[in-house]
Design a protein around this ligand. Sequence first.
Ligand SMILES: Cc1cc2nc3c(=O)[nH]c(=O)nc-3n(C[C@H](O)[C@H](O)[C@H](O)COP(=O)(O)OP(=O)(O)OC[C@H]3O[C@@H](n4cnc5c(N)ncnc54)[C@H](O)[C@@H]3O)c2cc1C
Length: 381
Amino acid sequence: MTQPRRGGEYDVAVIGGGLVGSALAWGLARSGQTVAMLDEGDIAVRPSRGNFALVWVQGKGLGMSDYAGWTKKSSDDWGGFADLLYQQTGLDVAYRRPGGFMPMLSEEDLQARANAMMRLHNQPDMIPYPYEVMDRETLRKELPFIGPEVVGGTYCPLDGHCNSLRLLRTLHKGIGMLGVDYRPNHRVERIEHRDGGFRMAIAGNGAGGEIRAGKVVIAAGHDGARLAPMVGLSAPVRPQRGHVIVTEKTAPFLHHPTVYIRQTDEGGVMIGDSFEEAGFDTTLQPGVSSAIAERAIRFFPLLGKLNVVRSWAALRVLTPDGFPIYEESKTAPGAFVATCHSGVTLAANHALTLAPLIAAGGLGDRFTPFSARRFHVPQAA
Ligand SMILES: Cc1cc2nc3c(=O)[nH]c(=O)nc-3n(C[C@H](O)[C@H](O)[C@H](O)COP(=O)(O)OP(=O)(O)OC[C@H]3O[C@@H](n4cnc5c(N)ncnc54)[C@H](O)[C@@H]3O)c2cc1C
């Protein structure tokens, strides 16, 4: 079990105990670092508790082939990651990789999707991966319960899904077993770079005080935008709301995840994929819920017979181009930022690739494309 060094100092303080922070804390502790994970608590906006649980590859990275390759790598490593978590904690995060579908309701949409997949694969430096564009009859062999309006879809064998709430719980159990000092209700108000290390001023539920660490990783979701500039970094993220509906449990009928609908390991059906620009408002919008329910029934008419048991709205953490930011500060070396909008998909990378690099001291050139400097294009006069 790792212990803080003298005076409550740690090798690394991870700010944020959502999926990104927890995966990083787990990987850092496995790499032999003493780690404190500081989290604001359940009052915070947490997409880590409200997501759709896809480990998804197809279609990602149009505009940044490095992101497509990074996503593919995480998908390739996810099975081993789930096994490691199971061996350590005894908890099964229900990761399955049966391949995923994006069904379509019109020929125009199917053609646009096929074109987008082709453009993605024609990008320079793209690492190709298998996918298929299917007509209705081919699709129906794999998804026998599709409705009459479905014209076809795309398929990628690399796509999968998991139980993402259990993933968060498993990571928290795992970091506890690795000796990470998890401090809930520890909101970091300020970060100071001083004497070659970092001092975090803490607020929240009377915790108060200061935590010191040799390195700091900002994985605080939306609050990264406020915290990153304190150490010479930038994380211009914004919230984007998404609704999710869960039905009662039903007999297995959908053996593959789709972008909009997936059947969970427990039998319930999750319906999602709405996108609203509504600031930090997480109020459920009945109009949006009924629109995604209606679309889901067009894909799979049998869903019309199921009762809805839960629904919620949660906020994605989005950068201006939708791609992740991973960066070490030039002015405060040892300070890192990590933020992305696919924290489930990328959890294997964060735990098994990014964390060991941070533990070893730096990210290297490979991560240059993920720098937030890509947003700092000088404006023409
Ligand atoms: C509707 C929806 C569907 C999604 N579906 C998918 C999907 O299918 N697949 C996928 O890969 N991704 C999906 N995502 C995205 C995924 O959920 C996020 O990428 C991921 O949860 C982000 O995790 P995070 O740790 O960065 O952020 P968060 O979950 O916001 O965690 C940040 C943590 O930081 C803490 N914090 C904030 N400020 C401070 C502070 N000052 N001090 C200390 N702690 C602080 C908070 O308490 C919080 O716990 C979806 C998201 C949404 C909203």
